[in-house]
Design a protein around this ligand. Structure first.
Ligand code: HPA
Length: 292
């Protein structure tokens, strides 16, 4: 599905009509991480079904609404409930919110997800700052930038060397350290889902250099970076991915949601600290710019 420039603008205008805030920070909250929005002050709520062109969120643990308000002196627009490819939306629909954010003037996007740990040093409950990603569906053509390029957002062939902003990653570690919170940094593998990986697939992803695996985030990060936005990503390690057919335990969506609950307070501390000390956005530092 191709989404027209007019459709993105229509959705952005609908949001502008329903809020008095002018957000500059976008926040997309993964499975079980929705309660982070409770900390947003002076908030206004817009349900997804009040917005034209906006797909509705169908996954348990994803509320399906925008919460716009203030957090640590920044004006944020949070998606409580993200959209996933496995729900049957195509990659353009999954990433529509990010382009709408760009049209609203948002220049910085913070992405969070629940993920399975692949790195054997990880445990359930850990937090990982995303250094970079591996996105096999995108490499194989299920890519949010597939189709005609909308040059008003960014270039036909975007550079992707620094998708996850190095300065913001450093800041996240600094904040975590200041609060005595342990965080890893690593490579997120973004798959299409909805199936969890087989043990053979987990071993393959580990050999590829993956540290965590999930079913989101890379599409939104690529669309944001294409459009010249800064991106910071966090994986909350909800479970360890099963790497042996001899394993007795099973991964379940309920386990993913429970782990999210234990991670929310720590992740909230880190995200709040990043927002508090966020350096000003400088568009000239971005690798991708709109086409003339
Ligand atoms: N695999 C893929 N996605 C996930 C997992 C997992 O183990 N845990 C949470 N999301």
């Amino acid at each position: 599905m191709t989404i027209s420039e007019a459709a993105y603008r229509e959705t952005a205008h609908a949001i502008q009509h329903q809020t008095r805030h002018t957000p500059t920070i976008g926040l997309i909250l993964g499975s079980g991480l929705g309660p982070l929005v409770d900390q947003i002050e002076n908030s206004e709520v817009i349900p997804y079904d009040a917005l034209p062109n906006w797909p509705s969120s169908t996954v348990l643990g994803h509320a399906g609404r925008l919460v716009i308000g203030e957090l640590e002196g920044q004006t944020v627009l949070a998606m409580q409930g993200r959209l996933h490819f496995y729900e049957g939306y195509d990659m353009a629909q999954v990433t529509l919110p990010v382009r709408v954010m760009r049209l609203l003037g948002i220049d910085t996007l913070i992405l969070t997800n629940a993920a399975g740990g692949i790195n054997p040093d990880f445990s359930a409950g850990d937090i990982m700052v995303i250094e970079d990603h591996i996105f096999p569906p995108g490499m194989a053509g299920i890519n949010p930038l597939f189709g005609p390029n909308l040059g008003m957002f960014g270039p036909r062939f975007p550079i992707n060397t620094h998708v996850y902003n190095p300065t913001l990653r450093k800041l996240a570690h600094k904040v975590a350290q200041a609060h005595d919170l342990a965080v890893w940094e690593g490579i997120y593998v973004s798959l299409a889902g909805p199936t969890f990986e087989t043990p053979a697939e987990v071993r393959m992803l580990r050999q590829w250099g993956g540290d965590a695996v999930g079913m989101s985030t890379a599409p939104e990060a690529l669309i944001a970076y294409h459009a010249g936005m800064r991106v910071l990503g966090f994986s909350s390690i909800a479970n360890m991915a099963m790497d042996s057919t001899d394993a007795q335990e099973e991964v379940s969506h309920e386990e993913v949601l429970r782990a999210g609950e234990s991670i929310v307070p720590r992740l909230a501390t880190i995200i709040r600290g990043v927002l508090r000390d966020l350096p000003p956005f400088d568009p000239t530092e971005m690798e991708n710019h709109p086409e003339p």
